[in-house]
Design a protein around this ligand. Sequence first.
Ligand code: NI
Ligand code: MN
Length: 226
Amino acid sequence: MNITYYGHSCFGVEIDGKHILFDPFITPNELAKHIDLNQIKADYILISHGHYDHIADAISIANRTGAKVVSNFEIVTWINNQGVNNTHPMNIGGSWKFDFGTVKCVLAVHSSTMPDGSQGGNAMGFVIETQKGSFYYAGDTALTYDMKLIGDFYKIDFSFLPIGDNFTMVVENAISATNFINCKKVIGMHYDTFGFIKIDKIESVRKFADAGSELILFEIGETKSI
Ligand code: NI
Ligand code: MN
């Protein structure tokens, strides 16, 4: 899988030529000014919850690419009301087989109000199973004991976990999550974008290593094969 970081919690994952984009928030991100929105490929846009820092560019990318937007029922309804009709509504506990793999919606302990104040359902994470491996995209969440269920039911190859504290998990919580998920390879997200979530990146990588886990941090715009 080729993974490209677009800043904050936004990643593009290429699986067998299909492009899955997670939580698009690029144009308002001061750290992502060098990213050209029009170059971002998407066949699917997966949205974990309704907050602005996860959805800001979803409509424009969906309109340009024709990508199918996958999220919870309330967010999909909100997206439909913005004139985007290629959507797939889901909710926590449910799964669906798409052409790139199977998406399972899992618990995230967080809120989900839409940018206009309307109701955005419940925040979710995603477990994605593909021919090329399986991964967990946590969205915004606290550490939760329910992450053990992911470790029990799936063989996860890597996880996208928030590590910026204040709104989500702190590094130490994300390290505990690796034990629950039973996967030691973590791609960090939701850090440095704004003042409340600035982290010491070198120290964070060291803390993971000391705990026998691996924290991978991307430069914004960087692509890695994982
Ligand atoms: Ni949030
Ligand atoms: Mn957020």
